[in-house]
Design a protein around this ligand. Structure first.
Ligand SMILES: [Zn+2]
Ligand SMILES: [Zn+2]
Ligand SMILES: [Zn+2]
Ligand SMILES: [Zn+2]
Ligand SMILES: [Zn+2]
Length: 245
């Protein structure tokens, strides 16, 4: 019995070639970091990563998942949506996330205390732009809807390599987009078009779209509907003349 179990154990272990931390290294190694990262609100619902001070051993209620493909943040509820949307719109499935939770420090806690007692936590504090909050993070792989995510690396791990830590710190320290910027860059990233830049919401709802005339001039024939923004423009541009579609 004991022999058989040992045999099974070895068999099960041998095909595994990479540990989670090695997988994390591989993910981080290939990352090209943008100057600006969205990490304040879910791009779909405004969920924030900020938490009140935690009770002992409690886990944070609020967290965000920074997509390591497009560096947009989504809440836990919207990670499946994000992977579905990007699977259609992009070449790669967005499945790796840096999950962050910002936890307000208890009032009496100070840096000196951390210096003496918790070396790992101190690193985390240094990565936070915010003196009033600790950032708890983990590198997670999304495996599909209703399947648990794989935690590849987390801020409380004892032996994070300096290269991995450096990359993660860069993401945490990167300039943060406010929500409006974030929304615009997301729109621009997947569907840039000149019409969206000066797009205005029509003031008279009953007159919103005239399907029979160019939105910018009087032409009523050879009209083109922009599939990005719904603009109707004349087709002169499509044959090389200055037009409006
Ligand atoms: Zn959300
Ligand atoms: Zn993404
Ligand atoms: Zn367009
Ligand atoms: Zn357009
Ligand atoms: Zn026109």
């Amino acid at each position: 019995m004991a022999v058989e179990m040992t045999g099974k154990f070895i068999q099960k272990e041998s095909p595994k070639s990479f540990s989670h931390s090695e997988m994390a290294e591989a993910v981080l190694e290939t990352l090209t970091l943008p100057a600006v990262v969205s990490k304040d609100e879910c791009i779909y619902c405004f969920e924030s990563p900020y938490n009140e001070p935690l009770a002992l051993n409690a886990s944070p209620k609020h967290s965000l998942n920074i997509c390591l493909n497009c560096f947009q943040a989504t809440c836990n509820r919207h990670v499946p949506l994000h992977t579905r949307v990007t699977e259609y719109a992009c070449d790669t499935i967005h499945s790796n996330y840096l999950t962050i939770a910002k936890v307000e420090k208890p009032k009496q806690e100070n840096v000196e205390e951390n210096n003496n007692n918790k070396k790992i936590k101190l690193q985390v504090i240094e990565t936070s732009e915010d003196d009033t909050h600790n950032t708890i993070w983990s590198l997670q792989r999304f495996n599909g809807e209703n399947v648990p995510r794989t935690v590849l690396l987390k801020s409380t791990d004892p032996d994070i390599s300096s290269t991995a830590l450096e990359k993660i710190e860069k993401i945490l320290k990167a300039k943060s987009q406010d929500f409006e910027d974030k929304k615009n860059s997301w729109v621009l990233e997947i569907s840039t078009c000149p019409h969206t830049e000066n797009f205005q919401i029509p003031s008279k709802p009953e007159n919103t779209v005239n399907l029979n005339q160019c939105s910018s001039c009087d032409l009523t024939q050879n009209l083109w509907l922009c599939l990005h923004c719904g603009n109707i423009g004349c087709g002169r541009e499509q044959i090389g003349i200055d037009g409006h579609s």
